[in-house]
Every structure is written in structure tokens, then in C-alpha cells.
Design a protein around this ligand. Structure first.
Ligand SMILES: NC(=O)c1ccc[n+]([C@@H]2O[C@H](COP(=O)([O-])OP(=O)(O)OC[C@H]3O[C@@H](n4cnc5c(N)ncnc54)[C@H](O)[C@@H]3O)[C@@H](O)[C@H]2O)c1
Length: 673
């Protein structure tokens, strides 16, 4: 039998030091709710042993009761004791230790994800989306940092659901970090089995950029939200191609990690937005950041002010402190005209606290979650059904409603509203109302390859960000398409719109060619010493990164929306081409079993090696998605793939679909069946 002494002696990278006591929790920092404890006694023993395997034996007797208490009271073992005291935030890269630029760069990214100013529940390592986490516990955090500090460019760190499995010999052209999160074996790929795995400490829900270490604060989603509501306005309200949302009203809910982008986006698009939020602390965060202008719990006052701004065509964002269902009740009763309507509560985990039922305050929701989950579930279902009825009335009155990628329609279906399914039976053919990807983002952006390209200036200097903004602008031809014009305006005004929260980061929707151009330009600037190193990445919520029938691939109609080949290929192809970090997750955005998403990070160090990675990997990352969308017969993707075949003749080639005549197929099938 091996002894712990022998095991300790066989490791050079390990947690030797256990802090004497748990650092005090800073008052006012949002804390995750109790996620519920549901393990059997045997599973509980395993969970404890799982957590203790990070810690030297001499501390086991002291830490075991502490870990058990966390499990029983929070539903997870976070290892609070191991959280470094004080504030964690993205420091300039040269303040981190490391044997390669990538190792130090990833520490910047991780710390940004856990910043009090950025993260949703920083003490519980949740970055955004109610449950999206960098890793599972603070022991992992410390160990990951140790690995990143020693990693060389001849090694690759393997991350399995938050756990740093180890450093393995590799080569400079390979990824430095490969991350997977929550990948479950098919028959266990469901929320209930995942919950058990997470409680036992063997799974991590990475969402997208939380577990992929690429979160850049709510800015990450502002550009996409801005595009979505602007394109919705143009497509559904008759706003001209070069027009904005002046004089138009948008209503939604949520001021959290992603949803907090809504008020900012609507103001940039010059419309009026009213966003319901039950948690006052989140309203305060967004208000303090200047991301929402007016705060009120008085619906008479809210709609009076909104109407004045609509008439004067002045932009305004308003946070309603209350439940979205109450807001909709008011709208229906008072016959208020709503043009654009959505919802961005965390419905991907509706029963785990993501959705606050009507009639329950935020504080009661937290208490109910801990004390009576069954009752909570019943109230969630009732509230979702009521919200559905109200939306139905508004849609009949002319409102354009869209699902905002939060699995809202699926949650309504799960709450028992079968009529919301497009085929009236199951969810396979989607729902009676479109998701924003189905109607807006899919055909108008993703199918061309436009997606949420982003970068972080690792020096932490605002002047580096300003330089990259200007350089990116020079790479865009605003006269090419309306998308390019919107992107040009976006980056031109980005600094003025004060979008940075946390690291010096920028988001800019771009297609494949645009991303390659900008990336090469930035790498050259690093090479010339004009700026410090840059981390490139993207949201997983992109053209090729994610297979999710309820979201990213909602506009794939050839039956392959239930397949996850594209995201997996995207991940593997990026790894093969040498991205610095590649990640593959289960459930990002919509919940376990409903999506597979791949992401990447690429550190620009100015080298010729990185130029080559940009030319092959950045192109692949986008065009792999365009090619699949083209094969699904999506018109704009076919056109983009044809352009690729011409432009890359002899170097690359995409198989194009022949288009069958609908009438021929209809006639034949009607006769046969
Ligand atoms: N639109 C996108 O592009 C996009 C991208 C990623 C994720 N998402 C999805 O959007 C959802 C929201 O993401 P997030 O990061 O903002 O999550 P979050 O949990 O940080 O924020 C959701 C907010 O909704 C509030 N809320 C819950 N129920 C409410 C109710 N009935 N009325 C009013 N407010 C209520 C919560 O208090 C919370 O602040 C998630 O499901 C996420 O997966 C959307």
C-alpha cells in the first residue's frame, strides 16, 4: 500500500501550504445560493475523499469537517480556505511568474474571470450565467496557477472539468492548454446526473468563456446584443438599413453577466430599453458602471419616462426592480405598445435559481432554494406558464418576441406548455417563436462567418487598447456590407462607449477574412513593440464553435441540428493548428446535454510562428462553421463558401450542396406517404 509520504515525495507541483484559516468574506460581494445537497452517504464519502486528494494528509482531519460543512450548506465543496485573501484581478502580464508568455497570459485571463468587479459569484468561482465557472474549487485554482507558472513551451497542461490533470511533454507548435468541461458519457448526459457529478467534485460547468478562461465582462456580449436588436428592428420594424432604434421600445429581463449588456446595447443603438431585474445588487452594479441609466420600481414612472424619450427619439435604458412577469402584466393591462420583446433570465438552470418566480422576492427565492426545492420548482413552472400567456397576448397584438439564447422557450415547454413546440409534440423542430439565432444572428451574421472575435491587451494599458481599436478599424471596409458598416461604427465608437469592465479588452464581430487581417496586424504591432502581447479569442457563441439546436445552430434545418460534429471538429482543428488554448464544453448557454461548444485563445507574441497559426487556425475556426452551415443549405453560407473556393483555389476547398427542387420532392413524398 502506498503511503501519502511516498505520494507527496513523487510530486514537485502540489499544494503544500494550507492557509491557517478561511479568509473573511468581503461584505457586499454577491454569494452563490445553496445549490442543494442530494448525495447518498457513499457518494458523500467519495466527494470528501475527492476534495481531500488535493491536500497533504496532515491537514485532512482539520479540513474534512470544513469540506463536509460546505457540501451540506452550499451543495458544493469550494474549498473557501484556499482562496487567496483580498482582491483577485487581471494584473499586467509582467507581474505574473512564468516560463512562457502563454503561461503568464492565462493567469491574467483566469484572474479577470474571478475579479469582484467582473464575476457573478467570485467566492464560488462563478463568472457568469448563474453557474459558469473557471474551475470547481480554490484548490484547483491554486494548483492551476502553479502549473502555469512552471509550464514551458515544450509542455501542454491538461484541464479536465476544472482539475489540472498534469503537464505533459509537447512542442511549441501545440496548444499550451487543453480544456474540457462537463463532457458526459451519452446515457448520463443530463442535468440530474451532472448535478451528482458536480457535487462529487468531478465535473465543472464551464458555460462558454468562464471555463474557457476567455470572459471579458459584459462587454463580450454587448456587441452581439447591439447587432441582434438592431437587425431585429431593421427586419421586423421596417427600420432602414442605415437606421437605428431611435423611437423604438425594447423590453427584456436580466442584468446579470450576459443579460447586463442589454441596457448598454439598446442605448448604443439609440433606442429605449426597459429591463426587469429581481436582484437589486445586480441593478446597482450595472448602474454604478454606467451601463443602465435610470432605476425604478414604479412602473407608472418607468413607462411615463420611456414614452417621453420615445417621442423625443432620445436613447434611454431603465432598470425595473421587479419581476419580468409583473412588468408584462402591467404592459398587457395598460395596452402598452411593445415592439421588441425578449427574456434573458438564466432559464438554462431555471430550477437551480436561474429564474425567479412571480410573487417571490429575490431573497425568498434564495431561501426557498435552500429549504423547499419542490415548492420552488412548482412556482417556477407556474410563473413560466403565466409569462408565456402574457407574451402570447402581446405577440397577437403585434410584438416581435424572440428567445434570447437562454433556453426560455425550452423552459416553458418543460413547465408543461406543449403548445409552444412547433410540431406540438416535442422540441425537435423548435418552437412557435424564433430564437434570436434562428431569425437574426444565424442568417445575418453566423452564416457569413461574422462572430464575436475579441482581444485582451495583456499589458493592462488602456493606450494599447486604443491603438488596437484604431488598427482594427483600418482593417474594415465599411462599404462592403451593412454588417461591415455596423462593425466599423462599433469599433470607431468603442472607446467613447466605455465598455471595459476588468481587463483591457475589446469585442468586435468579424468574419474569417476580417479576423485574420486584424490578428496579423496586431501580431505585427507586438513584433514592432508598438503594443504589449495580446490574447485573441472569441465567445464560443459563434459561427463554428457551438452545436446547440436551441441557439447557435437553431437555423440549421437539414436535421443535423442534433449533431455535435462541428463544435468537436472546431476544437480538434484549432488544437491541430496550434492555438495556444483550446476548450470543449458541454451545455454552454443552454444547459447540460443541450449544447457542445468549443473555444480558443491565441497569444500574440509577435513571432512568425504565430503569424502562421493565425493564417491557418483563425481561418479554419470560422470557415469550418461556414462550410457546415453551407452544407445545411443556408444561402448566405453557400455564397461565402463559393467565395472561399475561388479565393483559396488550390489551397482549400469546401464541398457545396446541390439544391433540390422543393416541388419535385414534395410531389414525390406526397405520392409515396
Ligand atoms: N444572449 C446571449 O448572447 C447569451 C450568451 C450567453 C448566455 N446567454 C444566456 O442568457 C441567460 C442569462 O445569462 P447571464 O449571464 O446574464 O445570467 P445571470 O444569471 O448572471 O443573469 C440573469 C439575471 O436574471 C435575473 N432574473 C431571474 N429571474 C428573473 C425574473 N423572473 N425577473 C427579472 N429578473 C430575473 C437574475 O436575478 C439575474 O440577475 C443565461 O441562460 C445564459 O446562458 C445568452
Amino acid at each position: 500500500m502506498l503511503t501519502n509520504r511516498e505520494i507527496a515525495g513523487a510530486m514537485t507541483i502540489k499544494l503544500d501550504q494550507v492557509p491557517e484559516k478561511t479568509p473573511a468574506f468581503v461584505p457586499g460581494i454577491r454569494r452563490a445560493p445553496n445549490r442543494g445537497f442530494r448525495l447518498t452517504p457513499e457518494q458523500t464519502k467519495t466527494a470528501l475523499k475527492n476534495a481531500l486528494r488535493y491536500v497533504p494528509e496532515e491537514y485532512h482531519a482539520e479540513l474534512a469537517p470544513e469540506f463536509l460543512n460546505e457540501l451540506l450548506t452550499m451543495g458544493r465543496i469550494y474549498g473557501y480556505r484556499f482562496r487567496p485573501g483580498g482582491r483577485i484581478y487581471a494584473k499586467p502580464i509582467d507581474q505574473y511568474r512564468g516560463n512562457c508568455t502563454e503561461g503568464r497570459a492565462f493567469q491574467v485571463m483566469i484572474d479577470n474571470n474571478l475579479d469582484f468587479e467582473v464575476a457573478l459569484y467570485p467566492y464560488e468561482l462563478v463568472t457568469y450565467g448563474e453557474t459558469g465557472s473557471v474551475c470547481q474549487n480554490w484548490m484547483q485554482y491554486r494548483l492551476i496557477k502553479q502549473y502555469l507558472e512552471v509550464m514551458t513551451d515544450h509542455q501542454t497542461l491538461v484541464m479536465e472539468s476544472g482539475h489540472p490533470l498534469g503537464l505533459f511533454p509537447s512542442k511549441p507548435e501545440a496548444p499550451r492548454v487543453i480544456i474540457t468541461n462537463a463532457l458526459m458519457v451519452g446515457m448520463f448526459d443530463n442535468q440530474a446526473d451532472w448535478e451528482i457529478a458536480q457535487e462529487m467534485g468531478v465535473s465543472n460547468y464551464g458555460q462558454m468563456t468562464a471555463g474557457g478562461w476567455m470572459y471579458i465582462g459584459p462587454q463580450g456580449i454587448v456587441h452581439g446584443t447591439y447587432n441582434t436588436i438592431l437587425i431585429a428592428g431593421r427586419a421586423k420594424l421596417g427600420i432602414p438599413g442605415d437606421g437605428d432604434l431611435s423611437g423604438h421600445l425594447f423590453i427584456s429581463s436580466g442584468l446579470g453577466g450576459m443579460s447586463g449588456a442589454q441596457p448598454k446595447a439598446v442605448e448604443i443603438a439609440r433606442g429605449v430599453g426597459i429591463i426587469a431585474e429581481v436582484d437589486y445588487s445586480r441593478i446597482k452594479t450595472r448602474h454604478d458602471q454606467g451601463w443602465v441609466n435610470m432605476v425604478s420600481g414604479d412602473l407608472d414612472e418607468i413607462f411615463r419616462t420611456a414614452s417621453e424619450c420615445l417621442i423625443k427619439k432620445e436613447p434611454l435604458s431603465i432598470a425595473y426592480h421587479g419581476n419580468i412577469v409583473d412588468l408584462l402584466e402591467y404592459v398587457v393591462q395598460n395596452n402598452i405598445k411593445v415592439e421588441l420583446l425578449s427574456d434573458q433570465t438564466s432559464c438554462h438552470v431555471a430550477y437551480a435559481g436561474g429564474y425567479c418566480p412571480q410573487g417571490v422576492t429575490f431573497e425568498e427565492r434564495t431561501r426557498l432554494l435552500a429549504e423547499d426545492r419542490e415548492q420552488f420548482r412548482r412556482l417556477v413552472d407556474k410563473s413560466l406558464r403565466r409569462q408565456y400567456e402574457l407574451i402570447k397576448i402581446l405577440v397577437e397584438r403585434g410584438t416581435y418576441f424572440f428567445d434570447y439564447g437562454n433556453a426560455f422557450l425550452k423552459a416553458v415547454y418543460d413547465a408543461g406548455v406543449k403548445e409552444i413546440a412547433a410540431n406540438g409534440v416535442d422540441e425537435k423542430d423548435g418552437f412557435i417563436w424564433p430564437s434570436y439565432v434562428e431569425d437574426i444572428m444565424g442568417p445575418e451574421l453566423f452564416d457569413y462567418g461574422y462572430g464575436p472575435f475579441r482581444w485582451v491587451c495583456l499589458s493592462g494599458k488602456p493606450e494599447d487598447l486604443a491603438r488596437t481599436d484604431r488598427a482594427a478599424m483600418e482593417c474594415i471596409d465599411p462599404a462592403r456590407r451593412y454588417q461591415d458598416r455596423d462593425n466599423y461604427v462599433w469599433i470607431r465608437d468603442a472607446e467613447r462607449n466605455k465598455l471595459v469592465v476588468g481587463s483591457q479588452a475589446r469585442i468586435l464581430y468579424q468574419d474569417a477574412a476580417g479576423r485574420v487581417r486584424i490578428a496579423l496586424k496586431f501580431n505585427e504591432m507586438v513584433r514592432n513593440g508598438e503594443i504589449g502581447p495580446v490574447m485573441l479569442g472569441r465567445d464560443h457563441h459563434d459561427t463554428g464553435g457551438t452545436d446547440s439546436p436551441f441557439r447557435e445552430t437553431a437555423n440549421i434545418k437539414d436535421g443535423s441540428n442534433v449533431m455535435a460534429d462541428m463544435a468537436t471538429q472546431c476544437f480538434a482543428g484549432n488544437a491541430a493548428r496550434g492555438m495556444s488554448l483550446v476548450s470543449l464544453h458541454n451545455g454552454g448557454g443552454v444547459g447540460i446535454g443541450k449544447a457542445i461548444n468549443g473555444g480558443f485563445g491565441l497569444v500574440l507574441d509577435g513571432s512568425a510562428r504565430v503569424d502562421e497559426i493565425i493564417k491557418s487556425a483563425m481561418l479554419w475556426d470560422v470557415m469550418g462553421g461556414v462550410a457546415r452551415r453551407s452544407w445545411a443549405r443556408n444561402g448566405n453560407s453557400i455564397a461565402t463558401s463559393m467565395e472561399f473556393n475561388r479565393g483559396f483555389a488550390g489551397r482549400g476547398h469546401i464541398t457545396l450542396p446541390y439544391l433540390a427542387d422543393d416541388e419535385l420532392v414534395d410531389r414525390l413524398v406526397s405520392a409515396a406517404l
